[in-house]
Design a protein around this ligand. Sequence first.
Ligand SMILES: [Zn+2]
Length: 302
Amino acid sequence: MAENRGLFTSDKMQAYLAEEPAMETQQLADHIWTVSDGQVRTLFLAGDSGVIAFDTFGTPGRARAFRAAIEAAVPGKPINHLIYTHDHLDHAGFAADLAPNAEIIADEMCANVIRLREAEGQLVPTRTLSGHHHELEIDGVSFQLINPGPTHGTGNLSTYFPDARILFSSDTILTNAKYGLMPDYHIANFVKFMRELAVLDFDTFVPGRYGIGDKSAFTKGCDYIEAIQIASQEAFVEMVPIWVMDAMQGYVGEKLRSQFGDLDGYDQHIGLTSIRIVHHYLMGGWGLEDTPTPDYLLADEL
Ligand SMILES: [Zn+2]
């Protein structure tokens, strides 16, 4: 049987799409579990009658492995609700393979992108949210969904569990330095909006990739991105060839090593992260999201 393909067009992708990796599941609180395939990480919640899952992982095989991990932890409960943290296929691309009949909740802007994208396997949300802050109670479980403003992708929702003192924010801050290409991190306001989440009362931070951390790890992640922003600007003054990866890696890497060199993946990623961020200052940003007051992008103001 052919797998849903997202946006891939090559027939050779079938083996990649079908692979079902081992999942590592960890219970964080009474109703709350986190799951990772070793790279991408997400959450699911046990409701009274069913499961509330966040995202789908990035292939049909991974979506099935996620469903199996849920079934192993919470046997006999169907995935009745699905929440998209943002629009990206590597996190939320394959609801058709995870839970085709679930109610799918997402920010309205995220839903618009998904509807227009028409990626194979990525189901369109059935319930959309507009605005910054939402108190939800689903199937006996209470939590808050927060759109802090443009941070990463479109309509990125962070999730806060006040009782369990957990913050889940996908594909934003990491607990290490393993930021990838960062193509649509909205650098102009990214750290400002993420720091607004730091005022919440939480002990556990669950990122959308790699290991979980505590509040100080979250804060250090904000400090790290901000420090790269400062050092990247100073590279202009020092006449560093900002389009050259090795040059940026050497300049920013050495400048920030004493403060952040202990972050996992620092040496392998600081060059790429610096190249991305320096181009924000060179060119002015990603688009409407990178203006000083992007609040009008929230769907209820369009
Ligand atoms: Zn993403």
